[in-house]
Write a protein that binds this ligand. Structure first.
Ligand code: SAH
Length: 416
């Protein structure tokens, strides 16, 4: 593992790498301690899975544009919670192929007089550029996010970009006219290529569109998925729910070892990708539903359905009560909870503990080196209700006996 301390000239202004001042092993230790503080009371925490070369791991690059002092287009990131653009030419985390593409786009914007969009005055044209590179496939998707549908010199821009960067396999225009901090809008136009890239993870091939979620660190994602599947311990017959399934990645991998899998995801583009991914990987025992995961679970519970395993991987805010209470009604024996925010994971686990689930394993994975983000997998197992005979034996004893052994009943009660 790399022992060196990394440095970045933009670190102070950008603020994206909160742990950069720590050598990598110390970063891992810090994340390990955090997970232990939260979950160590329930189970021993496995050593965090770190990255061997923790640089340039981000396969998704997002840049915003502005004008520099000399009037030329600059690209970078907004400072946290502000509209101040920090110009960045080389980022320690981002895929190196992206820097080259970004430089060409800046040049083309100058040449073709395509003004950067201004988030305060809501004028200008190009809001963001999103670059996604398949780590194993090398395929590259570029999405130009515009503030309006009209894109003057669109054809010229596409042709010049294609010529200067033949490594780009698909280019899309995403239209985001909203007064919002969200990067992507709801409309998209394909300028060339298929409109998505394909990449490989754990021996399967997945297609990913601009608007679909895809884990940003593919090397570590494989470790994450493998650890989650190991915890699941599937035997071939189980009924599995993959909640918050994105493009169906975990569910499709699980389908190889399960009876049937049901994936649920709110984002329509991701569900379209997931359906194509199932077909692409010949997974015939998986279905996908485009719905709020909580509502979906409420409906399953109402229909009296059951599941053996729920895999869940919600966004940072964690899950909601509709989801968790219905999960408890469905009563899977196991829950594998993947989280990118152990604080909301803890909150949700405390709720599930009241419904009879116990944390049996914890495995942190470092998906985001140099940042303070922590990814953690938990295995929860449903406590089986005591068999009737044992229950009868524990009924309150005749007064006399109970009185003769004070403390016994209280002791038993505390175990319940
Ligand atoms: N398991 C996937 C995706 C995890 S990210 C993977 O590893 O790639 C979380 C996903 O939850 C995103 O795809 C997001 O679109 C989806 N999501 C967010 N809120 C949701 C909700 N209320 N119901 C269902 N899915 C939701």
């Amino acid at each position: 593992m790399e022992m060196t301390r990394f440095s970045c000239p933009h670190a102070k202004q950008c603020g994206g790498c909160q742990l950069l001042q720590l050598p990598y092993p110390a970063q891992l230790e810090k994340k390990q301690r955090l997970v232990e503080e939260l979950f160590g009371q329930y189970t021993p925490v496995q050593p965090i899975l770190g990255m061997e070369h923790p640089v340039h791991y981000r396969n998704k690059i997002h840049a915003t544009f502005g004008k520099g002092r000399n009037g030329r287009v600059v690209s970078g990131l907004y400072q946290p919670s502000s509209h101040r653009l920090v110009p960045i030419e080389h980022c320690l985390l981002e895929d190196e192929a992206a820097a080259e593409i970004l430089a060409v786009v800046r040049q083309l914007m100058d040449q073709l007089h395509l003004p950067p969009y201004n988030d305060v005055t809501h004028t200008g044209l190009i809001r963001h550029l999103l670059i996604r590179r398949g780590y194993f496939s090398g395929q590259i998707l570029v999405a130009v996010v515009t503030g309006q549908a009209a894109f003057p010199a669109r054809k010229q821009f596409a042709e010049a970009l294609r010529k200067a960067c033949p490594q780009i396999t698909t280019l899309v225009q995403n239209i985001n006219p909203g007064r919002t901090s969200m990067v992507l809008g709801g409309q998209q136009r394909i300028l060339y290529g298929p409109g998505y890239i394909e990449d490989q993870l754990c021996g399967c091939t997945f297609r990913i569109s601009a608007a679909s979620f895809y884990q940003v660190n593919p090397i570590q994602t494989q470790k994450l998925y493998q650890a989650a599947l190991d915890m699941a311990g599937l035997t071939g017959a189980e009924r599995v729910i993959d909640a918050y399934c994105g493009t169906g990645t975990i569910g499709i991998l699980a389908a190889r070892q399960a009876g049937q899998v049901l994936g649920v995801e709110l984002n329509r583009a991701a569900v379209t990708d997931a359906i194509a991914n199932a077909r692409r990987n010949k997974a015939e025992n998986i279905r996908f539903v485009c719905q709020d995961a909580g509502q979906f679970m409420v409906e399953l519970a109402r229909q009296g359905q059951t599941a053996d395993l729920v895999l869940m991987d919600p966004p940072r805010a964690g899950s909601d009560q509709a989801f968790l209470s219905s999960l408890a009604v469905l009563g899977p024996k196991k829950v594998v909870y993947i989280s990118c925010n152990p604080l909301t994971q803890k909150r949700d686990v405390e709720y599930l503990a009241r419904k009879g689930y116990r944390v049996k394993a914890a495995q942190p994975v470092d998906l985001f080196p140099h940042t303070d983000h922590v990814e953690n997998i938990l295995l929860l197992v449903k406590q089986s209700p005591r068999p009737p005979r044992e229950r009868a034996a524990r009924r309150p004893q005749p007064r006399q006996k109970a009185d003769s052994r004070p403390g016994r009943r209280t002791q038993e009660k505390s175990k319940l």
